[in-house]
Ligand binder design. Structure first.
Ligand code: MN
Ligand code: MN
Length: 331
């Protein structure tokens, strides 16, 4: 009798393991889990679902995320960004626990980051949801927040956020995924983990294409600690972030397309990188008082730089102000 029981237990284990393997395999069709959600159009990177507390899928009308209960932070947050999400609502600033977390789970409050030395770092930025108050307020739910070192949050991370909105104002529609990985430090008596690195991936598409025409992918992987930098310094490939996190980003994109776009590093247009570095080393030419452009050589044209309609004083060594009205690169 005992033998039969043990045999049955083994049997049960094998069958169950078999089951979970099958489930894992079917996760290549991950969006069967989340049909048609706009924020998961390009995929569910970790196969987040309703049964794993540390890879727990939450879908809101403003964004979707995988929550990690033991870490008290999201594994990733994913959202669409186009002009329809942008408006003029002010920051609601109502950091608060997410009431949609299952009953009995610890709910991080807006106060626990206090005195930790870390900012309450938005994954979906407040400024990406300004079309109405309800949508803006949703970005202040603590399930959208990760401890973020101020140097990161307030400098290059913020500048990259601004860059993504600039792409939207130019008429693009973006699909964005941000999250953290690594690290073993915690705050709030061990209830909130601090990732060592924070990454963001954006897929640039045309509005109405439903994500089917990715024009460009930009991926950055940044250190969540003290230090300066430009977001451009942290450009990497999606493949590299997949390797670090174990996730499959853009999993809904055709495999052969993924192979190409995930292996390619975004190249920064113009020389914004070089000019910002020059700014820090004090090599900005005084003829361009509101921006930073080093003296030639090399001689630059308007199309080489990321600025438009900026103030120019004589002697304008790059000759940006062709019509000599004191404003350069008007077009
Ligand atoms: Mn921020
Ligand atoms: Mn992928």
């Amino acid at each position: 009798m005992k033998k039969i029981l043990i045999w049955c237990a083994i049997c049960f284990l094998v069958i169950n393991t078999g089951c979970s393997i099958t489930t894992r395999d079917t996760l290549t069709t991950r969006d069967a889990l989340t049909p048609g959600n706009v924020h998961l159009r390009l995929g569910n990177p970790s196969g987040a679902n309703a049964s794993n507390p540390n890879n727990y899928l939450m879908i809101k009308s403003q964004y979707a995320l995988s929550y990690n209960r033991d870490k008290g932070i999201p594994n990733w947050v994913s959202w669409q960004l186009n002009k329809s999400w942008l408006g003029s609502t002010d920051r609601t600033n109502d950091f608060r626990p997410d009431p949609k977390l299952p009953n009995g789970w610890y709910r991080v409050t807006g106060r626990e980051y206090r005195d930790s030395g870390y900012d309450r770092g938005h994954m979906v930025p407040s400024a990406d949801r300004t079309n109405n108050q309800e949508n803006n307020s949703a970005t202040f739910l603590m399930t959208n927040i990760i401890p973020q070192f101020p140097d990161n949050n307030r400098e290059y991370w913020r500048e990259f956020e601004e860059y993504t909105r600039k792409l939207v104002r130019k008429g693009n529609e973006l699909y964005i995924i941000a999250g953290g990985y690594g690290g073993n430090k915690k705050i709030a008596k061990g209830k909130i983990s601090i990732p060592a690195r924070l990454y963001k991936i954006i897929a640039v598409t045309k509005p109405g294409s439903k994500g089917n025409d990715i024009q460009q992918v930009i991926a950055i992987d940044t250190p969540n600690l003290k230090g300066e930098g430009n977001w451009q310094d942290f450009i990497t490939t999606v493949d590299a972030i997949e390797k670090k996190t174990g996730y499959d980003f853009l999993s809904n994109v055709n495999k052969s397309v993924q192979k190409v776009i995930e292996g390619k590093k975004y190249s920064v247009k113009g020389n914004s990188n070089r000019s910002r570095k020059a700014k820090r080393s004090g090599k900005c030419h005084p003829a361009y008082p509101n921006i930073c452009i080093p003296a030639p050589p090399p001689y630059l044209n308007c199309k080489d730089i990321p600025y438009k309609k900026f103030k120019v004083l004589p002697p304008d060594p790059h000759n940006f102000d062709g019509n000599k009205d004191g404003v350069a690169c008007e077009k």
